[in-house]
Write a protein that binds this ligand. Structure first.
Ligand SMILES: *Cc1c(COP(=O)(O)O)cnc(C)c1O
Length: 243
């Protein structure tokens, strides 16, 4: 084992421990919380090491970056999540490179993904669900540059996406503003859960089980507020190069 992989294994054990403790505090089982390792800016080698250590979900925020690491990760059969803003001219590539798009923020984007998935002409032999898993990204951070839709537009977007036959809408994703004290993110996480509960109630059944909330510094609070997926970069891989 190299020094670097020892450090990654240690980070992974620490993150798993944090998830387990937070889950236990609110009477949840840690298996209910999926760890998505956010590998943007990090090497294929490190991704491979985390995969060997048992991580099965990875997140990237750019189509091109996922593509650039593809050849080096041929043996990694993980679930890849697109977690960044997806440009509409990249949907054809995105449906080939990702098993989930967690950052759907418009009906136009959803329709393009639906069409691109259809055009893959998947057959059962491909062993891939014909519907692409998607989450809707809610804008939790009031800063104008941040992505996601406003909560008020959620019911209409949910209804429209439900009608797209090649997408499987599973839940919501959100990124609150950054606070030094993660406790301050709690109302934002709670708001996301309440939005989900409201829209499910309006439509009559429990159909959006996924809440993708929580990152390296605030995953405990997110888990206490109902996260089913946490997206963790820095706490696993170390600091990103500032670019
Ligand atoms: C980079 C990123 C993360 C991971 O952030 P860390 O603070 O490094 O854990 C999570 N979610 C999104 C959408 C990101 O872009």
């Amino acid at each position: 084992m190299t020094a670097a992989s020892g450090e990654l294994n240690e980070n992974l054990a620490q993150v798993r421990g944090r998830i387990a403790l937070a889950a236990a505090r609110v009477g949840r089982r840690s298996e209910e919380i999926k760890l998505v390792a956010v590998s943007k800016t990090h090497s294929a080698k490190k991704i491979q090491q985390l995969y060997e250590a048992g991580v099965r979900h990875f997140g990237e925020n750019r189509v091109q970056e996922r593509e650039s690491k593809l050849a080096a990760l041929a043996g990694v059969t993980a679930t890849w999540h697109m977690i960044g803003h997806l440009q509409k001219n990249k949907t054809a590539r995105a449906v080939q490179l990702f098993e989930s798009v967690d950052s759907v923020d418009s009906l136009v984007l959803a329709e393009k993904l639906n069409r691109a998935r259809d055009e893959l002409n998947l057959t059962p032999e491909d062993g891939v669900p014909h519907r692409l898993r998607v989450l809707i990204e809610i804008k939790l951070d009031p800063e104008p540059a941040k992505s996601g839709i406003d909560g008020e537009s959620l019911p209409r977007l949910v209804q429209a996406i439900m009608r797209l036959p090649h997408l499987h809408l599973c839940g919501l994703m959100g990124v609150p503003p950054y606070f030094d004290d993660p406790e301050q993110a709690r109302p934002y996480f709670r708001r996301l859960r309440e939005l989900r509960d409201e829209v499910c109630q309006q439509m009559g059944y429990e159909m959006l089980p996924v809440l993708s909330i929580g990152m390296s510094h605030d995953m405990e609070v997110a888990i206490e507020e109902g996260a089913t997926e946490v997206r963790v970069g820095t706490a696993l891989f170390g600091e990103r190069e500032k670019g």
